[in-house]
Design a protein around this ligand. Sequence first.
Ligand code: TXA
Ligand code: MG
Length: 326
Amino acid sequence: MKNFLGSTTENIERAAALIRNGGVVAFPTETVYGLGADAFNPQAVARVFEIKNRPSFDPLIVHIADFSGMEKLCSSVNALAKKLMKKFWSGPLTLVLPKHKTVPDIVTAGLPTVAVRMPSHSVALRLIQLAGTPIAAPSANPFGFLSPTTAVHVAEQLGDKVDLILDSGQCSVGIESTILDLSGGMPTLLRPGGIPIEEIEKALDRTVLKGNEILSNPKSSGQLPSHYSPRTPIKILNGDRFVPNGKIGLLAFKTLQNDASFRVVEVLSSSGDLKEAAANLFSCLHRLDNAKLDVICAEPVPEVGLGRAIMDRLRRASAPKGNGGL
Ligand code: TXA
Ligand code: MG
């Protein structure tokens, strides 16, 4: 594939030139691969929506490489945001803040707020610096499907539709950023992710509203009941471990089951480490999804720390498709 390139200095420069000229580039971050365009070029951003088949009401995260990027994007940055930026950036935390009037409406889907994050991946940071502009980027997968944690996942799902795919192997965090809305009165969690909410509450010394119940008017596509889905149906196993009939795969948390009921078994972390489990989640799901199974059974993981983000993705992946009309 001619648009699939390693992340050498020369290729990052080539990707940055494409972004400057209105192109769309898939690039690695520490969470998942992003599908990036110049955040200040509405036509380029429109292509991102088109490639992903993403509804235009669903806003994008804008990625910056240094704190000065905030001035271009936000009309104000409150004290809570400053505290969290200092503690968790660069890293998998996205902050929603009032937007600067020059941020195109297509990026924020007409909302008065913008979601911003500073990724910690060196290739992402270099790309943003060389492009000389903040990069608007959703995850590099078709809307509603499994997120890509390798460049091969991007190539399989989006292939030639993208101008260039920068390959930098497996993403280290493997689950999308935590999204926190700081634009209103109370800090509100819009999506559990790579930074556990407990750590954010500790840093702020206050509790955060957990706004990630399923809303009739979701502020974040991660709040849609059905999202992050493989093509194969997923069933979360409950206590009685009822296993359906047919060709069944198992997404195990830590123990490899020697159970003949499963054709394929993927283990998230043999030591039961939630960080390792999060990093492996989407890769395991992509492999199970490619194994031509009737159903994927998933063991629940403990719902603490990164386990909250893992269970959030598994619940949405197993929810009936259709998104209640959305
Ligand atoms: O880790 C990540 O966040 C990855 C990498 C590429 O940075 N990006 C990612 O983007 O997960 P995406 O588009 O798949 O998810 C972004 C989420 C969506 O659910 C969107 O609705 C929400 O962010 N979002 C963006 N702007 C928002 C805003 N102004 N208010 C509320 N939610 C917003
Ligand atoms: Mg996504």
